[in-house]
Design a protein around this ligand. Structure first.
Ligand SMILES: [Zn+2]
Ligand SMILES: [Zn+2]
Length: 131
């Protein structure tokens, strides 16, 4: 049996924890072969990009809520805040499953912030619909 990454013969059968391909100790880091580390790194970069997007939109919503109260009753704002909340939540769960603690913490902060913002918007909209 040879390492699938570097081709060296394996003395003991050691597998990548993700793809189960035989991988030597030198090629494995945190149990992962180079291919799987690359895949994980691309997930992480993708999540960082999405969280950056969520952060920007959240700041915009915050600005609207504080400076233009009449816009808070807009359904678009409600839908946007709920969809951002969903995105942050999904990334938080995915990052937790794969052990990306920094990403998970950032997503959790955003999820909590958005939960408050969305709650505020919903409460104002419900109050407005009763007037
Ligand atoms: Zn190797
Ligand atoms: Zn692998």
């Amino acid at each position: 049996m040879r390492c699938r990454s570097c081709g060296r013969p394996l003395e003991t059968l050691t597998l990548c924890v993700r793809c189960r391909r035989p991988t030597c100790d030198d090629c494995r880091v945190d149990g992962l072969c180079p291919h799987c580390r690359e895949v994980m790194e691309s997930y992480r970069r993708d999540w960082e990009v999405w969280l950056g997007y969520v952060e920007e939109r959240m700041a915009e919503i915050g600005a609207v809520v504080s400076s233009r109260p009449s816009c808070v009753v807009c359904p678009v704002l409600r839908e946007l805040s709920l969809s951002l909340l969903k995105t942050a939540w999904e990334i938080e769960e995915a990052a937790e499953r794969r052990g990306f603690e920094e990403v998970r913490e950032r997503a959790e902060r955003l999820r909590k912030g958005l939960f408050k913002v969305a709650g505020l918007i919903l409460a104002r909209q419900m109050a407005a619909s009763r007037e």
